[in-house]
Design a protein around this ligand. Structure first.
Ligand code: AP5
Ligand code: MG
Ligand code: ZN
Length: 213
């Protein structure tokens, strides 16, 4: 099963994608997580991506597409995957479709986690992330067992550099300009499914599971 997660920054794509990956035993592939891991390790890719991410802009398509296509070509992706944060532009979606068509394959579902802008800024200010394993928490809604420490791997939790309010507002603008057109794109392909992302994360997951099963 090949799934794409759509939704504004902070809608809960990552939270849901991790649960889907676990339940269906497929890899969770987040381009944002890949970039953040590269920034953490100070690789050339990380240095390049950071320039854009810190301002809430998109990393250029050429760079992002190459990374994603390399990742989905790996062996663990044979039985499917859940993409979180890719595609984010129409050209990215077109390249992915072209590559899949070559393999006689296609995306099964594009799931839009719908959360209005008003809710987003508040969510982001409470988010804490583990840069080691990619786990995400929220200081009010989804707190770690021990403050500041990742439940899964014991690393220190941090606030993401791009979760400052002004950067979040920029990311929302970029989302509406460049990513929201994908809703139409996948509606036309008859694979778009929308779920309400404002309810409890378990209820969001139940709605997604009902679609996938
Ligand atoms: P990326 O890492 O993908 O960030 P994003 O899309 O802005 O999304 P987030 O990770 O911020 O939010 P999310 O939807 O995953 O929400 P989460 O589950 O964490 O990208 C970062 C940057 O990388 C981009 O700005 C860009 O520069 C670059 N980039 C990445 N991919 C790219 C691409 N394809 N092309 C070009 N550039 C690219 O949840 C958010 C918070 O809410 C958490 O605290 C969570 O605990 C909480 N929460 C989740 N669900 C609920 C719920 N139901 N109720 C209450 N709280 C909840
Ligand atoms: Mg995410
Ligand atoms: Zn961790």
């Amino acid at each position: 099963m090949k799934i794409i997660m759509l939704g504004a920054p902070g809608a809960g794509k990552g939270t849901q994608a991790k649960m889907i990956a676990e339940k269906f035993a497929i890899p969770h592939i987040s381009t944002g997580d890949i970039f953040r891991a590269n920034i953490k390790n100070n690789t050339p890719l990380g240095q390049e991506a950071k320039k854009y991410m810190d301002e809430g802009k998109l990393v250029p398509d050429e760079l992002t597409v190459k990374i994603l296509l390399d990742r989905v070509a790996q062996d663990d992706c044979k039985n499917g995957y859940v993409l979180d944060g890719f595609p984010r532009t129409i050209p990215q979606a077109e390249v992915l479709d072209q590559e899949l068509t070559k393999l006689n394959d296609q995306i099964d579902y594009a799931i839009d986690v719908d959360v209005p802008d008003e809710n987003i800024v508040k969510r982001m200010s409470g988010r804490r992330a583990c840069l080691t394993c990619g786990a995400t928490y929220h200081i009010e809604h989804i707190p770690p067992k021990q403050e500041g420490i990742c439940d899964k791997c014991g690393s220190e939790l941090v606030q993401r550099d791009d979760d400052k309010e002004e950067t979040v507002l920029n990311r929302l603008k970029v989302y509406h300009d460049q990513t929201q057109p994908l809703i139409d794109y996948y509606t036309k392909k008859n694979i778009l499914k929308t779920v309400d992302g404002t309810v409890d994360m378990k209820d969001v997951f139940a709605a997604i599971t009902a679609i996938l099963e």
